[in-house]
Design a protein around this ligand. Structure first.
Ligand code: DP6
Length: 396
């Protein structure tokens, strides 16, 4: 017979982080990762935050292996295995049983290497980008072309939303098998060109309770969460979609803040309670409200996930002034670290009235650094072989 299957194949993709403005918190099926409510997020630009993943398959590999940020990790992790299994199942189905000689053998073992372009320790949600990237790279490896948010969801719920750019809804779905619990793009990243995002990294400490465990306790104990999922979120989701369609920052910002606050209220309503916000988080919340009150409308909006870091939304013309307010409110330690990173931020002079009204209680060093970014596209394929994270020997 002619030489049949390819001996080595490799694919590298990048995938983005996303930040929810209508939060996902609570599963109705913990194995399939099916949520109790729909959610909506903004995909952040990969120039500032991204995961890169290379997936390789070879007849010479003797076992599946995984490296995260250069260190070997457990490829047997149930969620990694679920993604691998689902991608292989789809690839098998697509081939209709007959082995196609030009394609890659499904019996080959796999090597995967993944890294982030941001510090994992900073507590910036990396599992969403990580699983979206894993699934994208595996799909490329096997030549799958279908929409794979349903597979990324099996890695981490929020990961399904990182399969698209711009503004993305994860629809809850109704079916017990999860086949209708998928992500849909509401609007592309080009839809709202003035929208900007500031990630305020407040702490390197690890969060006390992980999302997965935390939300399960919330489902079991919080009556507020039940009310939120049944009554509040369906109304808010429709409103948020409209604000995005209208590019209405006032409506968008107000609702994003309220939804973040309600999510953290459900954490307090969980028993025993869970605390993700810290004193610094609360300082940032109070500061944002003083700033908006001073201007008489919503110039900035905050949102917090399962950790103390703040994500601030603003329109481009408000960024320089608010960053200066942050610099005055959280004077950075003079340790040579760049305080403002990412997209350039112009300089702004603050009026004495603004300073008096808004910069009331400076907390030196409370914010480590600010990352300036904006909405961005979904997962990308890297064509240049020099960008693979694995060598031709299949090792990092
Ligand atoms: C607070 O997606 O990390 O960030 O599905 O268990 O992996 P698992 O949880 P995960 O939860 C994210 C929760 C959140 C809100 C959100 O992103 O919608």
């Amino acid at each position: 017979a002619m030489a049949a299957e390819r001996a080595l194949a490799m694919a590298t993709c990048t995938a983005p982080v996303n930040i929810a403005v209508i939060k996902y918190w609570g599963k109705r099926d913990t194995d399939l990762i099916l949520p109790i409510n729909s959610s909506l997020s903004v995909t952040l630009h990969q120039d500032q935050l991204k995961t890169t993943t290379t997936a390789a398959a070879s007849r010479d590999f003797t076992e599946d292996r995984l490296w995260l940020n250069g260190k070997e990790a457990d490829v047997g992790h149930p969620r990694v295995q679920a993604c691998l299994r689902e991608v292989r199942r789809l690839a098998r189905k697509r081939r209709g049983g007959a082995e196609d000689s030009a394609r890659l053998s499904l019996s080959y073992k796999i090597h995967i290497a993944s890294e982030n372009n941001f510090p994992t320790a900073a507590g910036l949600a990396s599992s969403a980008a990580g699983y979206a990237c894993l699934v994208s790279a595996l799909a490329r490896l096997y030549g799958l072309e279908e929409e794979l948010s349903e597979v990324a969801r099996r890695g981490s719920g929020s990961a399904c939303r990182s399969m698209f750019g711009g503004f993305v809804q994860w629809q809850r779905g109704e079916r017990p098998d999860g086949s209708d619990s998928l992500a849909l793009q509401v609007a592309p990243e080009t839809h709202w060109p003035e929208l900007r995002v500031l990630v305020l990294v407040v702490s390197g400490e690890k969060k006390p309770v992980g999302s997965t465990a935390g939300m399960q306790t919330s489902v079991e104990t919080s009556p507020l969460l039940k009310h939120r999922a049944e009554v509040v979120v369906p109304e808010r989701l429709a409103q948020m979609m409209q604000h995005i369609r209208d590019r209405d920052f006032e409506g968008f910002g107000q609702l994003a803040m309220r939804d973040s606050n309600q999510f953290h209220a459900t954490c307090l309503d969980t028993f025993p309670p869970i605390f993700y916000l810290t004193d610094v988080s609360r300082h940032i919340i109070a500061l944002a409200h003083r700033y908006n009150a001073h201007h008489g409308h919503t110039k900035v909006a905050y949102t917090f996930d399962a950790g103390p870091n703040a994500v601030i939304f603003a329109l481009a013309d408000a960024v320089a002034e608010f960053v200066e307010v942050l610099r005055r409110s959280f004077p950075p330690a003079a340790n040579g670290d760049q305080f403002v990173r990412g997209l350039p931020v112009g300089s702004a002079a603050l009026s004495p009235e603004l300073v008096a009204a808004v910069v009331t209680e400076p907390v030196p060093g409370a914010v480590q650094y600010i990352l300036h970014t904006k909405p961005g596209p979904g997962p990308q394929l890297l064509d240049d072989p020099s960008q693979h994270l694995l060598g031709t020997d299949g090792l990092p």
